[in-house]
Design a protein around this ligand. Structure first.
Ligand code: EPU
Length: 302
């Protein structure tokens, strides 16, 4: 979708919003998949209500992109524009045991930055790609850690109510890869309350998690992490593996040889290829195990 009208462009500029025309979203997702649309870069949180009003008034549909690491975007010219937060400097501020983190901050860098200030707890999240905002929305987790456990406050733009809100941690429910945020809530900033731990000790925890991840997950390949959620009491990866589906492909979309719940883009996979592979694997698992796997990856269809 293109914003061509000069007046809208001027209004966007006045709000501190930078427009990148026909951005290739494939370059902004870890799967390397996604079509093109105008990308609107937000430099000031306080301009968001006026920005959303402006887009609504001109009937311009929009979506909000975080780090793009758990996302499968459709192919071709997309029927909505994409909003994206610019990263402020600094993006993490430490105050005692509290880390105030901008939603656009990189999750891995936040983990190590906090570690250097002797704040631990987040070790398990090292190696999870994406932004802190994306991790928060999904309640990202690994190796026994989930980000929701440390949240004391979240600044959010609630599109449905058209207002900024500060939520306390206990007003949000954090479950397995799910939170009580509405789909159109935009994460803006979060405060984490982290336990004090010596840097060296945290580093040891980080090393252990890195090793575990390297041993079991494909690294350096284009993926969106796990494609399916684990059904209660079972492992999607193990079920797919037991069916002998590692290496199964549609075009360049392929079930990883290393971890069967990771689907990788080995070249020029399209969203169509990846969706067909997801559907095929889901069907096969359902036929054998009677379990319908639910997507963990978020899909933005064209
Ligand atoms: N397994 C296989 N074959 C495979 C993959 C796994 O037999 O191809 C077996 C493993 O041997 C193990 C069991 O399945 O016995 C579970 O595997 P793993 O420890 O790799 O954990 P997972 O349940 O597959 C979850 C998260 C990961 C997270 C890891 C580590 C989900 C959907 N996945 O994976 O998160 O990194 O635990 O904590 O909850 C993600 O969210 O994108 C993600 C990758």
């Amino acid at each position: 979708m293109h914003i061509n009208e000069a007046q809208i462009r001027q209004d966007l500029a006045a709000l501190g919003v930078e427009v990148q025309s026909s951005a290739a979203l494939a370059t902004l997702t870890s799967l390397g998949i996604g079509g093109t649309t105008d990308l609107l870069r937000i430099t000031r949180h306080d301009s968001i209500p006026a920005l959303v009003d402006l887009l609504d008034r001109h009937k311009i549909p929009h979506k909000f992109l975080g780090g793009g690491s758990n996302l499968l975007i459709g192919d071709g010219e997309l029927p909505w524009v994409v909003l994206h937060l610019a990263k402020p400097a600094p993006d993490v501020v430490i105050e005692g045991n509290f880390a105030h983190v901008d939603a656009a901050a990189d999750l891995g860098r936040t983990v190590t930055f906090c570690a250097k200030h002797d704040l631990g707890g987040l070790e398990g999240l090292i190696g999870v790609p994406g932004t802190v905002g994306g991790a928060l929305r999904m309640n990202a987790g690994a190796y026994g850690t989930q980000i929701g456990s440390y949240v004391t406050e979240v600044k959010v733009y609630r599109a449905a109510q058209r207002k900024m809100e500060i939520l306390r941690g206990d007003q949000i429910s954090f479950e397995y890869r799910h939170t009580s945020f509405a789909p159109d809530d935009m994460m803006l900033a979060v405060t984490l309350n982290l336990p004090s731990k010596p840097y060296k000790e945290i580093l040891q925890g980080i090393r252990i998690c890195n090793e575990k991840r390297r041993a079991s997950q494909p690294m350096g390949q284009k993926s969106a992490g796990c494609i399916f959620k684990n059904p209660p009491g079972a492992s999607a990866g193990r079920m797919i593996d037991e069916l002998g589906l590692k290496g199964l492909s549609v075009g360049d979309a392929r079930v990883s040889d290393r971890h069967a719940n990771f689907f990788v883009n080995t070249g020029q996979a399209s969203a169509g290829d990846m969706l067909a592979l997801i559907a095929d694997v889901r069907d096969r698992v359902e036929k054998t195990y009677g379990v319908k796997l639910e997507n963990e990856v978020v899909v933005w269809s064209a």
